[in-house]
Design a protein around this ligand. Structure first.
Ligand code: ADP
Length: 166
């Protein structure tokens, strides 16, 4: 079975990586789809998000990362995947995710499976990582260590080891 784990991953977090890791043990292949909405501006361009995800998943041989700007159901069809995979942090995620899942079922006949995130990651979001990084606050507990330096660099902040005050 092939799963497409879709998101904006701007930037990827430890929560995302945990979902990918656990999914890679459950599916034959996990395709991580970096999706961008055309009308939205992202701090991290799609190729940079893809390269960060490739770096943090390089030990997972059945994980592949792609970028797309289209509809998720089209990605699923094109890749010959079976299901959409999404992570759930809490009840607020659930409401939105169920709407999304229903839309994808209606327009593409594709089912969505959910993996509940670990409690230690339930308060982590890409938005909070961006906010902390832009102010030079520590993000090391929220993002994989291979990419924290690059995230600070995107905000013109020197990496943690060189910073004082936190
Ligand atoms: P989107 O903008 O599509 O919600 P995200 O990159 O924010 O994309 O999230 C991608 C997927 O990962 C979503 O299913 C989201 O619920 C899930 N997710 C986000 N943050 C976490 C986390 N800390 N732990 C587990 N899953 C998460």
């Amino acid at each position: 079975m092939i799963a497409v784990y879709a998101g904006s991953f701007s930037p990827p977090t430890r929560g995302h990586l945990d979902i990918i890791r656990r999914a890679s043990g459950m599916f034959d292949e996990v395709i991580v789809a970096v999706l961008s909405q055309r009308e939205k501006r992202y701090r991290f361009p799609p190729e940079q998000r893809r390269s960060m995800l490739e770096r943090i998943t390089r030990e997972l041989s059945n994980v592949r990362v792609i970028c797309d700007e289209g509809l998720l159901v089209d990605v699923v069809r094109r890749e010959g995947a079976d299901v959409i995979l999404r992570g759930l942090r809490n009840g607020s995620d659930l409401l939105f995710e169920m709407q999304l899942a229903e839309a994808n079922r209606r327009i593409g006949g594709v089912e969505t499976l959910f993996i509940g995130c670990l409690p230690e990651y339930s308060m982590i979001s890409s938005t909070i990582v961006r906010d902390c990084a832009s102010h030079g606050a520590p993000i090391e507990s929220m993002v994989p260590e291979e990419i924290s330096g690059e995230i600070y660099t995107a905000y013109g902040v020197s990496p943690a080891a060189e910073r004082k005050g936190f």
